[in-house]
Design a protein around this ligand. Structure first.
Ligand code: SAM
Length: 491
């Protein structure tokens, strides 16, 4: 699908103009209140009820959102002479009786569109189904810690949404995937977006980039712990979480010194492991820094139901299929299944960090924040600063760190709590006390944390408190690890 030569011969400009003229843009669909509708069939139903049946937005939505056949004459009125080009390209195919249909779903997204398979392909069990922009796609996109000019690898790129955003951030991007069909979509998406070129490669895991190194690697692998290999996008065919383990163990070899890899993952435990941090053990002895973020934990039945509902387009899974998944979980000893992400840093000194918190919707600023956490942790591991050094240094506080106070109606009707949030609410979102807020405020004014020690020492409560300085130094250490205080050399 979408051969390189056909794509090179295709001029996407008239197609983009026709889609915009039809009103098939993310902004217009948002105005129509359709952004929150995740089911394309529901979206098309609303559009069809709102506009005349032969209006451009109805034709385009039926063709590209729902994958329905439409009249060739209607399509000709929309795309003019370009319709022939779309057929040569393989995006549109004739069905006979003046009917045509689109081979790909085109999701209006941002300022453009993203092509993937129609949902019918998922329901029919098409093994090489290429997914659209999923929650995991957007999560990885929000987390990517890229800077202009970085050499970046997007492994398991699918239709290339993350890779194209990396290219738009002015990175030199290589993107690879096992599924040739997905790479076809990715090439089409790159041509349609018309931005900086991306190197697309096909092959198993690291095979296509063997011997190469990158500043940043992002990876949204087929992490689902499923009993078979129904879909390439979801099932690795490996036992349990062993594909994620294999990836985590190999990623350091493909990072340049100072490089950062971010991979999404699912992993399981037997229900007795309180910390649920097994993925960190995969990096023991690697010499790398490692940060594990656990977002959600599911029980086996809930997990199986969630994934079976997705492939069944929301229908309740049948009992035999549920049994097959539950038998599999029993066999691999999975009592709890965790979802999250793993960050790997190829620095000078290893370090480890782990967080467990449900992540809300991340904003795009999370990438720089992820980098600040990594650099803060690496700095602490490398510099190993003494208590005095921590207390006498000057720091900056990143823009966007904010706090809010909440009034909680406790039994006495009136507890006030302070919540501190990092800019993207990734590295910190939790309650703090007034002392910590004061410490941040002093550092923000350019004073060293020792000023806080002196301030407290002047009060009767803390005048003789021996552990005051070590405690404040401990807080400074924690704030650096959260990327909330930046030592001068990291600012
Ligand atoms: C969860 S999808 C992610 C797609 C895309 N990166 C995104 O975030 O939307 C996983 C991707 O991994 C690819 N994949 C599966 N097994 C692979 C393998 N052994 N080597 C490389 N890619 C693989 C699938 O084809 C699919 O595109």
């Amino acid at each position: 699908m979408f051969s390189e030569s056909a794509l090179a011969a295709w001029d996407p400009a008239p197609f983009r103009t026709a889609l915009k003229r039809a009103g098939y843009t993310a902004a217009r669909l948002d105005e129509l209140g359709l952004k929150s509708l995740t089911d394309p069939f529901a979206r098309v139903a609303v559009v069809s009820r709102t506009f005349p049946h032969d209006s451009p937005i109805v034709i385009v939505s039926r063709l590209f959102d729902a994958g329905e056949p439409v009249s060739g004459l209607h399509a000709l009125a929309l795309f003019g002479q370009d319709l022939e080009g779309l057929m040569r390209l393989g995006l549109i195919e004739p069905l006979g009786n003046d009917l045509i249909r689109s081979v790909a779903r085109l999701e209006a997204d941002g300022d453009g569109w993203f092509a993937c398979d129609h949902l019918a392909a998922l329901a029919s069990g098409k093994t090489d189904y290429t997914m659209g922009i999923g929650m995991s796609t957007r999560l990885l996109g929000a987390l990517m810690p890229v800077r202009s000019g970085d050499r970046v690898l997007d492994l398991c790129t699918g239709g290339g949404w993350v890779a194209l955003h990396q290219a738009a951030a002015d990175c030199e991007v290589t993107a690879s995937d096992l599924n040739e069909r997905a790479i076809g979509f990715a090439r089409f998406n790159a041509r349609l977006a018309g931005g900086r070129p991306v190197e697309f490669l096909t092959g198993n895991l690291f095979e296509p980039v063997e011997g190469r190194r990158f500043d940043v690697i992002t990876c949204n692998p087929p992490f689902v712990l499923s009993p078979g290999s129904t879909f390439i996008y979801r099932d690795s065919g490996c036992r349990g979480d062993s594909l994620c383990e294999q990836l985590a163990r190999r990623l350091p070899d493909f990072l340049l010194p100072g490089g950062i890899a971010v991979m999404l993952l699912n992993w399981h435990d037997d229900g007795r492991d309180e910390s649920s941090q097994r993925p960190l053990s995969w990096l023991e002895g690697s010499g790398c820094g490692a940060w594990l973020f656990r977002g959600i934990t599911h029980g086996p039945a809930e997990y199986a139901q969630r994934w079976l509902r997705e492939s069944g387009r929301g229908r309740a899974p049948d009992a035999a299929e549920m049994d097959r998944w539950m038998d599999h979980f029993r066999e691999i000893g999975a009592r709890r299944i965790h979802s999250g992400f793993l960050v790997i840093h190829r620095g000078d000194v290893p370090w480890v960090r782990s967080d467990a918190r449900s992540l809300g919707k991340l904003e795009n600023v999370a990438g720089p924040e992820l980098r600040r956490v990594v650099e803060g942790q690496a700095w602490l591991a490398r510099a190993d600063p003494s208590e005095d050094a921590l207390l006498e240094a000057r720091y900056t506080v990143p823009a966007g760190v904010h706090a809010q106070t909440d009034l909680i109606l406790d039994q006495g009707w009136g507890a006030r709590t302070i919540r501190l949030m990092s800019p993207a609410e990734l590295s910190y979102n939790g309650q703090i006390d007034e002392f910590l807020l004061r410490l941040l405020a002093l550092c923000r004014e350019g004073q060293p944390p020792s000023a806080m020690v002196a301030e407290l020492r002047a009060t009767p409560r803390f005048e003789h408190m021996a552990e005051l300085a070590p405690q404040i130094a401990g807080l400074v250490r924690e704030l650096i690890g959260h990327g909330l205080l930046l030592p001068a050399e990291l600012a």
